[in-house]
Structures are given as structure tokens and as C-alpha cells.
Design a protein around this ligand. Structure first.
Ligand code: FAD
Length: 376
């Protein structure tokens, strides 16, 4: 029997698996995809890099460094420069690096399995998962399950934890554009925001909007945010299939035996520090899961996870949420200023928060390594 099953090998799941396996737990990681999501480029913040370095994950080399991001009104072109200290990395290589560290720590990685639902035992306690690959179906028991299966989590739905969806849908693709950005750029309009990132082979385009649009209309919808952005996108051509996401909110941090991590635990917006939040979510879920494995008791585990998430993760997602709220504002310049100010204050706060992590992590991993994990 496994001590823990982690569903999802994205940043949240792979981090949870790395910490638990490093502490001596028997961990199975299951992902429906046969390989990490290909093609995307992600902005990796200082917070995310700090946590990965502390965990001993070798982050893939950055294709670009982002020291400042212009935040521009898509309508008037007024712009403010927001200071950042971020890098752009290939997303599949980042995910694979964390998974490789988890495997090196002893986690077993199984790809190509779709987890359908949690296995629910007596007193409504989750004790494993029901998963399938083609016609093959397996029911795998475990003391604790970490649901890190992303924004459309099957486990969240099956456990009745889905509370709603956020207003905005996010559309992303790779563009071939004559005017390649040298850094990250953010354009704001009344009906959404658009981010451009330099990427291998083109420009990573992300549009977040509350409008209901067909994928083929996403570029047109971005151009409609304002003439300045329309001109910026002149001559652009979509060179990758569209990827659409809609973030969900959840009612609780899990149910007994099932702990949520990463996007499965609810996110605000792709403008937030999603990867850092996912890594932190994986760490917090791992810490709570290790205590359950160590003591055999689920008492207080969900309250502990909820309190830790409120302290460490909600602030990181706040910039994205603010941005979503501000999009409805009439005065796009004040909106840009507010976002710039909020982002800078939040970044300073985050650096202070994460500066405290290395010590915490060392004590967490040390305590885990010292404990006697029960073998059932
Ligand atoms: C368009 C877009 C752009 C973004 N850009 C950035 C950025 O630049 N920087 C940043 O920090 N954040 C960014 N984010 C946010 C960031 O990508 C997410 O917050 C982060 O990936 C969440 O990690 P996760 O591990 O929770 O989930 P995911 O990365 O989504 O991983 C979930 C994993 O679970 C697997 N899975 C799903 N369902 C099942 C199932 N039923 N059974 C088995 N496996 C399953 C999937 O295959 C996947 O591997 C962006 C988000 C979007 C939508």
C-alpha cells in the first residue's frame, strides 16, 4: 500500500511528491498525460525560484530575464513600468525537472492514467483512487490522497468541493508576430487583459476575458480591447492550437483523506503568481499529509491546511484577483497605476514571506526524514 497518492504531476503535485518521498513516505504520482504539457513558456517569479532552489530542484535555464514589465492601456497607450525579477522558462522542462527530483527522492511516477474519483471508505474518509488507462481499471488504496489535478480537477468535482467558477476565461496560444517583445508586456482593456511573453519559436499570448468567445475569435477579441493593442498585434498569426482555462473556486481545503493543492485548490487568475502558488500549495499539502501518515490521524488536518493556505498562498494570488476586479474600471490609467502599485507592494511582501521559507523547509524535511513512517 502507498502512504500517499498524488494525482497530477504539475508543479503542485510534483512538489508534494518530492517533499513526501524525501521524508521517507511511499508515494505514487499519477498523471493522465503521458508527458508534461509541451510548448508553453512561463514567467517564473523570484518566489517560485527560491522555493525550487531550496528543494534542490535544478530549474531549467531561462530563455529570457524580465526585469520590468510595461503595463499599458490597450486603448490610450499610456504605460507604466512595473519592476519584476522573473525569468521565462520552458514549461514542460520546468514540470519535468520537479518530477525528476520527486522520482530521485523515491516517488513512483505513473503516466497515462486518468483518475476518475477518490475511493471513499467508512465515515466518508478518502482512502485511495479509482483510475483507468483505456479498458484497464485499478483501485489503488492509500492513507492520504493529494488532489493536484489542476483547474478542472476530477477529484474536486467528485468530492463535491467545486464552489463556482471565476468570471474570466483564459485563452492562450503561440503567435508568430512581426513585433516580438523583448520582455513581458501586459495590456489592459475594459473587457479583459492580454499578456505577451517572448517565447521559443514565437510570442506566448494570453488573453483573459469575461466574454464568451469561440477560440478562433480570441485574437479578434484581444484586438478589440483597444487600438494600441490592435496595432501591436498587426500581422500576427496563430501557430499553436488554442488552450482555454477557466479557474474554479472551492468550498474547502479538502475532505478527510483528500487534500487539495495547486490550481485544484482554486485560483484567481493567470496574472497571479500561479506556479509559486502551486509549489507552495504542494509543500503545505505535503506537510499536512506527512503528519497524517506519521500519526494515522486525520484530526485537524483540513483546518491546518486551510489556515496555512490563507497565510501563504492567498497573498500570492492577490495581484491576479485585484487585476480581475480592476478590469471593470472606467479609467484605465488609474487602473494601470493601481495594478503597478499593488504588484510592487505585493512583490515586496512576497519576498519577505518567502525569505522565511528556507528555514521552514529545512525543519520540515529534517523532521520528515527523522520520523518513523508506518508501513502498513
Ligand atoms: C494560459 C495560462 C498562462 C499561465 N502563465 C503563467 C505564468 O507565466 N507564470 C505562472 O507562475 N503561472 C502561470 N499560469 C498559472 C499556472 O500555470 C498554474 O497556476 C499552475 O500550472 C498550477 O499548477 P498545478 O500543479 O496546480 O496544475 P497543472 O499545472 O494544471 O497540473 C495538473 C496536472 O494534473 C494532471 N491531471 C488533470 N486531471 C487529471 C486526472 N483526472 N487524472 C490524472 N491526472 C490529471 C494534468 O495532466 C496535469 O499534469 C498560467 C495559467 C494559464 C491558464
Amino acid at each position: 500500500m502507498f502512504d500517499a497518492i498524488v494525482v497530477g504531476a504539475g508543479p503542485a503535485g510534483a512538489t508534494a511528491a518530492l517533499v513526501m518521498a524525501g521524508a521517507g513516505a511511499r508515494v505514487l504520482v499519477v498523471d493522465r498525460a503521458v508527458r508534461p504539457r509541451a510548448g508553453g513558456s512561463s514567467l517564473l517569479s523570484t518566489s517560485a525560484r527560491t522555493m525550487l532552489a531550496t528543494l534542490g530542484v535544478s530549474v531549467p535555464p531561462a530563455s529570457h530575464h524580465v526585469r520590468a514589465c510595461p503595463v499599458t492601456s490597450a486603448r490610450t497607450g499610456r504605460s507604466r513600468l512595473v519592476e519584476l525579477d522573473a525569468t521565462i522558462v520552458a514549461r514542460d522542462r520546468l514540470d519535468e525537472a520537479i518530477v525528476a527530483s520527486a522520482a530521485a527522492a523515491g516517488a513512483r511516477i505513473e503516466r497515462g492514467w486518468f483518475v476518475r474519483r477518490p475511493l471513499v471508505a467508512e465515515r466518508a474518509i478518502v482512502r485511495g483512487v479509482d483510475m483507468r488507462r483505456g479498458a484497464m481499471r485499478l483501485r489503488i488504496p492509500a492513507l492520504v490522497v493529494v488532489a493536484a489535478d489542476g483547474a478542472r480537477s476530477s477529484l474536486v468535482r467528485a468530492a463535491g468541493l467545486a464552489a463556482g467558477t471565476v468570471r474570466h476565461r483564459t485563452w492562450s496560444t503561440l503567435l508568430d508576430t512581426p513585433d516580438r517583445p523583448a520582455t513581458a508586456e501586459l495590456f489592459l482593456g475594459r473587457r479583459g487583459w492580454c499578456r505577451l511573453l517572448p517565447a521559443d519559436g514565437g510570442v506566448r499570448f494570453v488573453l483573459s476575458t469575461p466574454q464568451t468567445i469561440a477560440p478562433r475569435d480570441a485574437l479578434t477579441a484581444a484586438r478589440a480591447l483597444g487600438p494600441v493593442l490592435a496595432r501591436r498585434l498587426d500581422g500576427s498569426r496563430v501557430i499553436e492550437p488554442w488552450h482555454r482555462t477557466r479557474a474554479r473556486t472551492v468550498s474547502r481545503a479538502g475532505v478527510p483523506g483528500l487534500l487539495l493543492a495547486g490550481d485544484a485548490a482554486g485560483v484567481g487568475s493567470a496574472a497571479g503568481d500561479g506556479i509559486a502558488a502551486a509549489i507552495a500549495g504542494g509543500l503545505l499539502a505535503a506537510r499536512v499529509a506527512l503528519r497524517t501518515i506519521e500519526t494515522g490521524s486525520l484530526d485537524g488536518s483540513l483546518d491546518e491546511l486551510a489556515a496555512a493556505r490563507a497565510m501563504w498562498i492567498d497573498p500570492a494570488l492577490d495581484v491576479g484577483r485585484r487585476l480581475d476586479r480592476l478590469i471593470g474600471a472606467d479609467d484605465v490609467v488609474s487602473m494601470a497605476l493601481a495594478v503597478a502599485g499593488a504588484a510592487r507592494r505585493r512583490a515586496e511582501e512576497l519576498v519577505r514571506h518567502w525569505a522565511a521559507w528556507p528555514g521552514r523547509l529545512e525543519s520540515l524535511v529534517h523532521r520528515g526524514a527523522m520520523m518513523d513512517v508506518p508501513r502498513t
